[in-house]
Design a protein around this ligand. Sequence first.
Ligand SMILES: [Zn+2]
Ligand SMILES: [Zn+2]
Length: 271
Amino acid sequence: MKHVGDPRLHLVQSTDWKKAVVALLEPGSPYRPWRCGTTEAQEGDLVAYVLDTDPASVLTVTARVGPSRNPLDATFDRPLYKPTIVELSTLAALSGVDFSIADAWHFSGDDALRFDRALDDCRYISPPTSRFGHNSMAAARTLLQYCRRCEGCDRSVDLADAGARDELVAHTVDPYVRPAPSEFTLHTGLIDWPAAICGGCRDRMAAEGFTRFVDFKFVLHPSCPQCGRRRTREMFYGEPLDPSNIRPWQQAAGCCRAPEKWLCGACDHEW
Ligand SMILES: [Zn+2]
Ligand SMILES: [Zn+2]
């Protein structure tokens, strides 16, 4: 897109972070939970999305103002796939705009470039532990990982529906506590895992007394035909795109495809 003069970056602020997450994941969503400082931007200007989470956060992918010149109509170069957010005050410090971040609606020149560059630097930082805790920033991070299907029942939640805000649910978990040096617990299912699930799975977990998502997920998988335990992981083949985010109920099974689909986490039986 064309752009003339100094680079400019506009901040768009959400008024309902959960509707904002839905609207970011699904451009066809009817939700428009955004405010901005001007409707007279320049075509090609950058737009960064500030979410009203606790603490406040910023989407690490920027959009571009289009021919309407309204930052609220900005579009992304490509559909968002598991986008990440970074805490606003951390980003402000990284980009050197921390004195004006509380009330600025746009940045120009070097400030705009540094802000955009700092966002880009944070774009692929997404360790599982960044989604631990019960605050809304962790919940937003978890929901932004939603990838067309509930992590519980595998059913698709229609994000273009007006009820999507209540139908897409973040299962949040306790803050992460660094384990003792000899313990490796994160990917074993011994501690719970944050998940983007549907309202049906939320209700079923509550009705059946599950407080931990990993236990619920293991019950949805078949029990082991050898030892009878319910710690079955679903195997997948091919190079993992993001090894640190393999779920405790998943198992990377290598690049050579085999007929086995399940692995027992208790006795290692495969079938
Ligand atoms: Zn579900
Ligand atoms: Zn077994």
